[in-house]
Design a protein around this ligand. Sequence first.
Ligand code: FMN
Length: 164
Amino acid sequence: MLDPDDLIVTKTDLSGKIRYGNRTFYKFAGYGPSECIGTQHNIIRHPDMPRTVFKLLWDTLKSGDEIFAYVNNRSRNGDHYWVLAHVTPSWNEKGEIIGYHSNRRAPNRAVIRDHIEPLYAALMQIEKNSGSPKDALAAGEKHVSDLLASKGMSFNELMFALGI
Ligand SMILES: Cc1cc2nc3c(=O)[nH]c(=O)nc-3n(C[C@H](O)[C@H](O)[C@H](O)COP(=O)(O)O)c2cc1C
């Protein structure tokens, strides 16, 4: 579990391969730099994370926007740790996206218990009950967009409203 003063940082290239991690990242991941640099960020993916959330993350980043998202990650030894991630595109002087950057800190445990775990469990169920992987993502995205429409909020606004 992250302490309030822990900050996990990684940077990736455009394809999601890790280019940089800070010491806290390696400590929680349980992998060293030689195992992570050049490796896809899904090296720490937890199987309980809905694919819909990562689709939303990538769509948001590729459109040039930033996203706040709760993510459950898996360490090398099988432990898991929840984070609140703020993920942003990195731009060059020509205004082109050249990679991505994520800062994560200790999440609000009550928000995870009361809102995020139920939402992600519902998304996992929806994804599981859908035919193809494509249908699963479409159904997951519909669930999220219906939720946001019912609240009149964007995804980031909902995260802020929950109390990040
Ligand atoms: C900057 C950045 C940080 C990321 N951080 C994580 C992370 O902490 N955990 C994670 O599972 N995926 C993270 N991802 C998403 C992964 O690239 C990937 O989409 C996700 O792990 C799902 O992998 P899969 O599509 O192979 O199932 C990050 C992506 C970017 C661009």
